[in-house]
Design a protein around this ligand. Sequence first.
Ligand code: RNT
Ligand code: ZN
Length: 420
Amino acid sequence: MTDTNQIKMRYEDAKARFEAIGVDVENAMATLKNTKISMHCWQGDDVRGFLNPDGDLSGGIMSTGNYPGAAHTPDQLRQDADKAFSLIPGKHKFNLHAMYVDTDEKVDLNEIEPKHFEKWVEWAKEKGIGLDFNPTFFSHPMYKDGYTLAHPDAEVRNFWIEHGKRSRKIAAYFGKELNEPVYNNFWVPDGSKDNPIDRLSPRHRLMESLDEIFKEEYDENYTVDTIESKLFGIGSEAYTVGSHEFYMGYGISRNKTILMDAGHFHPTEVVSNKISSLSLFSDKLMLHVSRPVRWDSDHVIIMDDELQEIMKEIVRNGLLCRTAIGLDFFDATINRVAAWVIGVRNAQKALLKALLEPTEELKKVELNFDFTTRLALTEEYKDLPFSAIWDYFCLEEGVPVGLDWYEEVKKYEKEVLSER
Ligand code: RNT
Ligand code: ZN
């Protein structure tokens, strides 16, 4: 159990040390408190959804492992998300996919309407959280021959165009109900395993399908469309229609928000190094904070260099108010509630670390071309007692400090998850 007095004492000491190098600690904590992380629903049930939960996953989406306790119903998923949110400081968003419909009606992806998601809105209102949304362009029989919006057959494309349009209507409904912009993310798996002869035509078709989906204007106070690229995936190793260049061009010419997933680039490329460039040409941006390992793009995020670099880039360049931070990983080999808690808390911790950096001072040194001081300072600052600030923040926010959250998850696993 945590000793409150000790946490406070350590905090005062740490605060003084950060203040001595010119950091406004209270301001950093206030900014952290106001930053919403979009927690993805699909970690809770291995990306199965409720439309066709027993069907095959497709589109390169693959979740391995069979840790007990996956959510099988919307109620179970909400119960698990509630548990996770109770162990995470601050108020956040829950990121839904279209296939997470909550209705007794039998509906397909080209038939969904706001009413099929009413219970999610009720829940979000009751809990004071926001929502985000995603049309689901995979794990469905109309994902044909590896293609959806770029398929050569107009019947296939039209099915998905209709789905895309309906998803925007649902996102706008969420935004209106919750009085906050809902980020609606378009990711399509279209691509091919081996080298295509014609790389251009599918891209042309994707462009036209998207233009059709985005024809109707929606108020950006309610919903913001985002578009997510990918370099390669399982089954689309040689060619992905929606590449980074495709969506950079598409987003900038159509005023759509570009979403970069940390796991969707060449293994030696990092999104942290792309954020500043993108920010010059695009008003908003969104991230899928995930962790690539070999060919997989979706491991639970850990406190690695890239996570910290991403948050530093956002903070150092003053982009927090223009950046939506979403998580995207799915691991079925561990407790799924723990995966959420570890992921969101890590994103927050990395953000706090970035907020506790004396950026102005470092920029000054850099402008004087004093790279020795820059290196000496950045390395020394890594040892400052960051965790004392984080622990205090958790205490203030009324959530477990340190590993205490894990005790709660273990209890929940015993009482709830293992009974499923
Ligand atoms: C897939 C994309 C996409 C999905 C979710 C489920 O490679 O990253 O964001 O993970 O839509
Ligand atoms: Zn993603």
